[in-house]
Design a protein. Structure first.
Ligand code: CMP
Length: 131
């Protein structure tokens, strides 16, 4: 999911180009907006964290671009492509190194397991939209 900071900065095209050049197939993609409540559902796993309320406000502050991506070893390879959560620690040339503004407004989210990729894909897309 490309986050509001990267979408509003006009970096959607540059980021999807990096994703495709890294060998991922974009199976589904759209531009949409989360309400604060929906953002809270998406990040429910973090609801006890001190940054949760700010995260929900930020994630509902502007359009996002969720995608379903396909590749061998996709979860691990995508996490390598995007870099560390904190852009200060993200390796040079990673998406967060290039485009993130802060640890919160960090340009992009990637699923952390195949099981969560399934859940998060279903959060944004119906089966009919995936091909
Ligand atoms: P993401 O990988 O989408 O997963 C949880 C998100 O919470 C993370 O990216 C950041 O946007 C945000 N986040 C994680 N840690 C912090 C933090 N310490 N302070 C603020 N936001 C954070």
């Amino acid at each position: 999911m490309i986050k509001p900071d990267a979408v509003s900065a006009g970096n959607t095209g540059a980021i999807t180009k990096m994703i495709e050049e890294a060998g991922f197939r974009i199976v589904a993609m759209k531009k949409t907006l989360l309400t604060k409540e929906r953002a809270g559902q998406f990040y429910a796993i973090h609801k006890e964290r001190p940054f949760y309320n700010d995260l929900c406000n930020y994630m509902s502050s502007g359009p996002i671009v969720p995608m379903i991506l396909e590749k061998e070893n996709a979860v691990e390879d995508f996490r390598t492509l995007i870099g560390s959560t904190d852009p200060q620690k993200a390796a040079p040339g990673t998406i967060r190194n290039l485009f993130a503004k802060s640890i919160e407004a960090n340009a992009i989210h990637g699923s952390d397991s195949d099981a969560n990729a399934e859940i998060e894909g279903n959060f944004f897309f119906s089966r009919l939209e995936q091909f």
